[in-house]
Design a protein around this ligand. Structure first.
Ligand code: G1P
Ligand code: ZN
Length: 558
C-alpha cells in the first residue's frame, strides 16, 4: 500500500495557458516543482469531480513526455483520481486524446505537447487540459487553473507508485484504502477503428491502388511527430500503401531536429519531394497530429482556408456525414472567408470565432457545427473536439476518390464556382516583446482615431478605403461568454482585410501574425503573393511593423 505525501511549494509566475495550453521551454518545466504545481492546479480546477474520476493521459513523444507522464500518474494518485488511461510509452496524438475522452466518457485528459513548436532539451514542452467533451478547456477553466497556480502552497503525490507505461495492460495500486488503476492502452487502435467508421476505407484503398488505372501516388509526412504510428496503421496496414508513400514516421523526442509545423517553410522537404517525384497528393502533420498541410501534384498548395471550403462543399462523400447530416460551418476570424460562400450557397449556419480550437467546442456540443477550420493548418469536424490532421488527409482522399479529379482541378472548379479568397499570412517569430506590444497599442489607437474609417491607403496602383476597423470580440452563441481583444481587423470597402495579432502559443518573445485576404470573383488563377502585394504593403505602412519589430522580412510566409 502506498501513501499520499503532501509537498510544500510556492507559485511560479506565468503559468498562464495560452491559445492552447501552457507552453514553455523544457528548462522552465524542469525547475523543481514547476510541472508538479501546474498538474496540481489542473486537478484543483476540477476539485468537485476529481475524486473517483478517470483521465486520459498522453503526448506527442517529445522530450520530457515520459517524465511528465510519470509525474501525472503519481500526482493523480495523490488526488484521488480512480483511473488513468495512458497511451503506450506516453504516446497519443491530440485528436486521439479527444476521441478517447469521448469514447470512454472520462472527466477529461491531459495532453503533453507543444504542438508544432520544436522539441528537445533546448526547445519547447507543453501541458494542456481537455474537458469531458474532448475539447481544450474553455477560457473560464484555463483562467481558473492560472489563478490556482498563482496561489498554490502544496501538491499531493504518491512517490512510491512505480508504474511503467511501456507495456499495454492494467496495473492496480492501493493508495491508502483506495484503488488506483493505470491502464496502458494501444496508442492507435481506438483512433484507427474510429477512422474506419468515419470513412470508406475500401474506397480510399482502391483510389490509392489505381482502381484499374494508374495508382494514385501519395506521400505522407509525419515530420517525426506523433502521427508516425497512426500513419503506419492507416496508410500501410489498412490502405495498402508502401514505405515509399510515407516519410519520417518514427516519433523522435526532438523531431529529428525538424520544426514539426506543416507549412511551406518547415515542410519544404515534403514539398520538394512531391515537386520532384511522381506524386498526386502530399500531406504533412505537426508534432501532435492536429495540423495538416495538403498539396497536390507538382506540390500545388491548398491553403487551409480553401481546404476548409472544398471539404465543406463535398462532405456528402464521407459516410460519417451521410449518417449524421451536415450542420453548420465555422472558421476562426483570421481565416479567409472561402467557406462562408459554401455555407451561403447551401443555406447553412456560418460562425466566425476567435483564434483557437476551444471556441468551436460549444457549437459542436450544441449540434450546430459539423466542420470548421483555421488558416493555421487546422481542419476538423465534430467527430472529435480537436482539429485532426489525419482526418483532414482522409477527408481529402475521400473527395478525390469520389470526384476522380486532381487536387488542382478540384480547386480550379471550386474557384470558378465560388470565386477565390486570395490569402497569405506573414509571421515574424520571436521578436522582442515590448515593441510588439507597443505596436499593437499604437495601431489600435490609430484605428479608433477619428478619420481612420474612411481613410484611403494606396500601393502598387491600388487604393483601399477603410470600411471597418476594430479589435475583434466574440460572444459565444451557446453560453454567451465573451472573448475580447482577439485581433486587430481592418476591413476595406472592397471586402479585402488586414488582420494583426500577437501569437498566444510562442514560448519566448513575441510572434506577430499578419493576415491578408482579398476576394476576386473571376480573376481566380493568379499568384496569391502577387495579388496581395499592394495590400501587404498597405498593412506594413499602417502598422509600421518593420519599425517596431526591426524585421524587414517575415520568418514564415504561408
Ligand atoms: C496558433 C494558431 C491558431 C491555433 C493555435 C494552436 O495560435 O494561430 O490558429 O489554434 O496555434 O494550434 P497563435 O500562436 O496564433 O496564438
Ligand atoms: Zn498541434
Amino acid at each position: 500500500m502506498a501513501s499520499v505525501v503532501t509537498i510544500s511549494t510556492k507559485p511560479f509566475e506565468g503559468q498562464k495557458p495560452g491559445t492552447s495550453g501552457l507552453r514553455k521551454k523544457v528548462k522552465v518545466f524542469l525547475q523543481e516543482n514547476y510541472t508538479e504545481n501546474f498538474i496540481q492546479s489542473i486537478l484543483d480546477a476540477n476539485k468537485d469531480s476529481i475524486v473517483g474520476s478517470t483521465l486520459v493521459v498522453g503526448g506527442d513523444g517529445r522530450y520530457l513526455v515520459k517524465e511528465v507522464v510519470d509525474k501525472i500518474i503519481k500526482i493523480a494518485a495523490g488526488n484521488g483520481v480512480a483511473k488513468l488511461l495512458v497511451g503506450q510509452n506516453g504516446i497519443l496524438s491530440t485528436p486521439a486524446v479527444s476521441h478517447l475522452i469521448r469514447k470512454y466518457k472520462t472527466l477529461g485528459g491531459i495532453v503533453l505537447t507543444a504542438s508544432h513548436n520544436p522539441g528537445g532539451i533546448n526547445n519547447d514542452f507543453g501541458i494542456k487540459f481537455n474537458c469531458s467533451n474532448g475539447g481544450p478547456a474553455p477560457d473560464h477553466t484555463t483562467n481558473e487553473i492560472y489563478k490556482l497556480s498563482t496561489a498554490i502552497t502544496q501538491y499531493k503525490i504518491v512517490p512510491d507508485i512505480q508504474c511503467s507505461v511501456e507495456k499495454i495492460g492494467v496495473q492496480k495500486f492501493k493508495v491508502g484504502d483506495k484503488d488506483f488503476v493505470v491502464e496502458v492502452i494501444d496508442s492507435v487502435k481506438d483512433y484507427v477503428d474510429y477512422m474506419k467508421e468515419i470513412f470508406d476505407f475500401p474506397k480510399i484503398k482502391s483510389l490509392l491502388q489505381g482502381a484499374g488505372k494508374k495508382p494514385f501516388n501519395v506521400l505522407i509526412d509525419s515530420m517525426n511527430g506523433v502521427t508516425g504510428p497512426y500513419v503506419k496503421a492507416i496508410f500501410i496496414d489498412e490502405l495498402g500503401a508502401t514505405e515509399q508513400n510515407v516519410r519520417r514516421i518514427v516519433p523522435l523526442e526532438d523531431f529529428g531536429g525538424a520544426h514539426p509545423d506543416p507549412n511551406l517553410t518547415y515542410a519544404a522537404d515534403l514539398v520538394n519531394a512531391v515537386k520532384n517525384g511522381d506524386y498526386d497528393f502530399g500531406a504533412a502533420f505537426d508534432g501532435d497530429g492536429d495540423r495538416n498541410m495538403i498539396i497536390g501534384r507538382d506540390a500545388f498548395f491548398v491553403t487551409p482556408s480553401d481546404s476548409l471550403a472544398v471539404l465543406a462543399n463535398h462532405l456528402q462523400h464521407i459516410p460519417y456525414f451521410q449518417r449524421s447530416g451536415v450542420k453548420g460551418f465555422a472558421r476562426s476570424m483570421p481565416t479567409a472567408a472561402a467557406v462562408d460562400r459554401v455555407a451561403a450557397a447551401s443555406g447553412r449556419e456560418m460562425f466566425q470565432v476567435p483564434t483557437g480550437w476551444k471556441y468551436f467546442g460549444n457549437l459542436m456540443d450544441a449540434g450546430r457545427l459539423s466542420l470548421c477550420g483555421e488558416e493555421s493548418f487546422g481542419t476538423g469536424s465534430d467527430h472529435v473536439r480537436e482539429k485532426d490532421g489525419l482526418w483532414a488527409a482522409l477527408a481529402w482522399l475521400s473527395v478525390l476518390s469520389a470526384t476522380q479529379l486532381s487536387v488542382q482541378e478540384i480547386l480550379s472548379k471550386h474557384w470558378t464556382q465560388f470565386g477565390r479568397n486570395y490569402f497569405t499570412r506573414y509571421d515574424y517569430e520571436e521578436c522582442p516583446s515590448d515593441p510588439c506590444n507597443e505596436m499593437m497599442t499604437e495601431l489600435e489607437k490609430k484605428m479608433s482615431g477619428s478619420g481612420f474609417v474612411g481613410s484611403s491607403h494606396s500601393s502598387g496602383g491600388k487604393t483601399y478605403v477603410v470600411a471597418v476597423a476594430d479589435n475583434f470580440s466574440y460572444m459565444d452563441p451557446v453560453d454567451q461568454s465573451v472573448a475580447m481583444k482577439q485581433g486587430l481587423r481592418i476591413v476595406f470597402e472592397d471586402g479585402s482585410r488586414i488582420v494583426l495579432r500577437l501569437s498566444g502559443t510562442g514560448s519566448s518573445g513575441a510572434t506577430v501574425r499578419l493576415y491578408i485576404d482579398s476576394y476576386e470573383a473571376s480573376d481566380v488563377l493568379g499568384s496569391a503573393q502577387e495579388k496581395l502585394a499592394p495590400l501587404i504593403d498597405v498593412a506594413l505602412q499602417i502598422s509600421q511593423l518593420q519599425k517596431y519589430t526591426g524585421r524587414d522580412q517575415p520568418t514564415v510566409i504561408t
